[in-house]
Design a binder for this molecule. Structure first.
Ligand code: GUN
Length: 293
């Protein structure tokens, strides 16, 4: 069994990005600039956004955090998006989700200029990804693909089971795994809450990507020997063991599955650290105008 060390890979990629930024700056190029828009004070969102802003500083990007109270109107957020779309100093921006119920996430995402959509959530980026055109790939699927690549995990002709059909993870990673080339060329099955025989399907899988958001859903008796397991789950459960009062639980019963797995990601320290790094990479690509002119 080999543990997939997302933390170490993320640290290495962070170094690679920082080195590239140093060269860009030394050559008089523009410092990549990421803006994050945060509405309200949700604990998870606060943590994610502050990690994103901190990582920007660590790789040498410029970053700006724009905050709104949760009673902000949809019009105000759309006006903010419009302003960021037009601001030539801003290479990429994200609006942290979830948004309060009175604001349509779809409307906000569609209002973002797809050339600055470093989250890869805009329908143009989602559509281009699904037909294999250059685009911003959303952070979590991009992070998973990078882990598979860096560990040289074979995917061609393999049975890949994706657990979960979210727009942010399940659907895009299923699309990437079935695409031509590496890491792709897999035979992909997507299971979700209405799939009746998940255990039988998982027992046939060479690769399982668990992204249902159900803590410890994937048990030891649901996997075959040698399986590669990528755990995307990050459910916060109360804990007396940590300072924060909670701990992250994955979608995989790690202690059971690890005994059979060929490769497995831990939670925390697996996919999580890769997602922020993928956002940094997209911001670098946006700064360099490498995907869209
Ligand atoms: N909320 C949870 N994950 C994400 C993400 O990757 N981007 C944004 N904008 N919001 C999120």
């Amino acid at each position: 069994m080999q543990l997939i060390d997302g933390k170490a890979i993320a640290a290495q990629i962070k170094k690679e990005i920082a080195e590239e930024v140093t060269i860009i700056k030394a050559n008089g190029g523009k410092t990549p600039h990421l803006v994050a828009v945060l509405v309200g004070h949700d604990g998870g969102s606060e943590t994610y956004v502050s990690n994103k802003v901190r990582t920007c500083e660590e790789v040498g990007f410029k970053s700006t955090l724009i905050r709104y109270e949760s009673d902000v109107t949809e019009e105000e957020i759309l006006a903010c998006v419009e302003k960021l779309n037009k601001d030539a100093d801003v290479d990429g921006f994200i609006v942290q989700l979830p948004l309060p119920k009175h604001i349509s996430e779809e409307k906000v995402i569609e209002a973002i200029d797809y050339r600055k959509d470093v989250d890869g959530f805009h329908p143009i980026n989602v559509g281009r990804m699904s037909i294999g055109l250059p685009c911003f790939v959303s952070a979590t699927p991009a992070g998973i693909v990078e882990l598979l690549k860096r560990y040289n995990i074979p995917t061609q002709g393999k049975n890949c089971v994706v657990l979960g059909r979210s727009n942010i993870v399940g659907k895009p990673i299923a699309g990437l795994m079935m695409q031509k080339g590496y890491p792709g060329d897999a035979t992909v099955t997507v299971c979700h809450s209405r799939t009746p025989n998940i255990k039988e399907i998982c027992l046939e899988a060479d690769i399982i990507i668990a992204a249902m958001g159900v803590p410890e859903f994937l048990k030891g008796d649901m996997v075959k020997e040698g399986v590669t397991v990528i755990d995307v789950g990050t459910t916060r459960v109360p804990s007396t063991e940590t300072k924060s009062g909670f701990k992250l639980k994955g979608d995989v019963a790690f202690d059971e599955v690890v005994a059979k797995a060929g490769f497995i990601t831990p939670v925390p320290g697996g996919v999580g650290p890769m997602t922020i790094i993928s956002l940094m990479r997209n911001t670098l690509l946006a700064g360099k105008k490498e995907i869209y002119k």
